[in-house]
Write a protein that binds this ligand. Sequence first.
Ligand code: COA
Length: 381
Amino acid sequence: MLRIAAPLFRYSQQLSTTPARFYSSDYASKFESAQQNVKNLKESPDNDIKLKLYALFKQATSGDVQGKQPSMINFVERAKYDAWAGFKGLTNSDAQKKYVEVVEGLIAEEKGGEVNESGPGVTQGVDGLKISMENHVYRIEFNRPKKFNALTFDMYNGIIKALEEASANKETKFVVFSGAGQYYCSGNDLSNFEKAAKIGKEKLADEARELFQRFVAAFIDFDKPIIGLINGPAVGISVTLLPLFNIVWASDSATFNTPFVAIAQSAEGTSTYTFPYLMGYAKASEFLLFGRKLTAEEACERNLVNEVFPATTFLEECNRRIAEYAKLPPEALKVNKQVLRDVHRDTLHKVNKHESAVLRDRWVSKECEEALMAFMLRKKK
Ligand code: COA
């Protein structure tokens, strides 16, 4: 379809020297500029927009459709004819106006897609997150390098909102997660539990349970692909979420560990289901129960990671692939992502709910209190 429509678009561009007799006063110069502007778009518009532009151009410059309707076999010419016929009766000036509006809409959409740190919505200042959007790729970077990108409650909420934004943003084809600095992410920020002193540990555990469940559900239900760039060590929930991603690439400096038992907590991120599924029950148990730290190669052998690259060329290699994948058709990416997820969706939600409830009870346990205390005191040595 793309190959068919591309000549259409070029055709409407070639006709940029519009005959003067068709220029109407108000829109003539805007119409001419719009024909130039459409050539400067970073991305070629969708096929139906190209067809619309062609038809409006013809209506604006030649008036109502002429000649015999081509047969269905000649479907390119037929599509052009029908599109043009769709504007039958529209005056030249109205067709110019509509053409200008379509081009202005495309330009606005392109600008709107370029979300950056000072952009709209969630992209405005969530401490610890750096969010950007370029070339159809929505990037979420954990950005607390001094704390090894440990996740605060604000970051969990920020990521949920960012995923909502990436889902709603028509320009976004997929999301890429990475970490700033030496670590990918050191997991839940254990000082999140200091809030217990203010609101009590039962209330905090209830709030945290609700947040964790909602956070993991946002990944289960995210409708576009997710790619993880594991640039360095990954701990806890930043590891357990990885099977909910669609591609995970790791630097050879990355490590993976889930020290849940050591800190008297319990597994989350649906890992009690996904890890045995990916790596087998015995290996998943060793990893989840005994906190064995995996190298990137071991994580790859256990299907947690797709491929490992040398740290020196890691980002370059990943970005090259990302740029290639960003050329894929967005609807097909989205539909296929969802079909893949649908197979396990209900089970994943059930597991998430159960894990969150178990974790909530762990958080109020004496064992957990002692483990958190040990971590805090360790810092003060
Ligand atoms: N929660 C809170 N703070 C964390 C953190 C976390 N998950 N991970 C790292 N940090 C902070 C440290 O408190 C320290 O901050 P400070 O310099 O203000 O004291 C800083 O990041 C560097 O960590 P530090 O422990 O000094 O470095 P290290 O190289 O000795 O150890 C880790 C790094 C990640 C192994 C260690 O910090 C750790 O075990 N963190 C907890 C990991 C964890 O259990 N995550 C939750 C899993 S459920």
